[in-house]
Unconditional design. Sequence first.
Length: 287
Amino acid sequence: MNEHNASPGYTGGILNLSGTRPGNAYKYDGPAMPHQIYFTMTFTSTHDAIEKLIVPPPLKVDRDLPPEVQVLYFTNPGCRAYDGRITPYQGFMFMARVRHGDIAGRAGWEYVDGLYGDKTEMDIMGPWGVYFGMLKKMADIRFTPIGGNEFEISVTRRGVRLVTMTIRTGTELSAAEIDAVNAANSQVGKTLTVREIPNVNYSGFVDRSICVAPSDGNTVSRAWSADKSSIVFGHDDLDPFDELPVLGVGGALSFDLNSDKELFSEMEILENLPLQEADTAARRVLA
């Protein structure tokens, strides 16, 4: 036996990104992600486009609700990895309302980037995305003041600008208004993700499951109105966002969010997906 592998402190392979081995995570006190600053807006699109580009299969968009996408740019400077170390990053997230059986909630994915331009600071996002089941794509994300309290957020991959979002913040919300924001967030339902772990020769899967995170793990502490917002998408063959029409722009907001570690440590498997169907699909693709 390799003596390094026999050591309980060995963190080789992909585990060296996480800093701790399974069973030893989340031993720290306090939240996993304190003081995340979000800039968010909602726009109307179509159910078909949302299901194709935003919702991870086999989840389905909730067609009983309006076809809306929530986009969220955020900075997460105090993000704590499994072992409690700080791993700062920024992200641009897409979320949509879904329904799976009797469970109503939301699902989506996000682009991620190092907060200070160094992507190695947030390499934990790789294994975190696999374990949590939320797809993460690396990108160059920029947050630029363009005048007063108006800002531009851009997302670029492989030299193509895929997202250009502008937002103008206004007055701070009152305590009663923040209580209403938190109440509205709790009504959206739980976050659903799809975790898929391939087998050793990448011909199928050893684990496929729909996971669900607690709905009460996020709390807004401060928030600001936003009276102006817009979004424009670009095109890349792997990110064809020009196929996601923006038919109308709705509400926008900026807020300070706290995420408890229980949002991640108490995630549960909602449903185990059949491996045989996945194996058949994988062989068909590889043929």
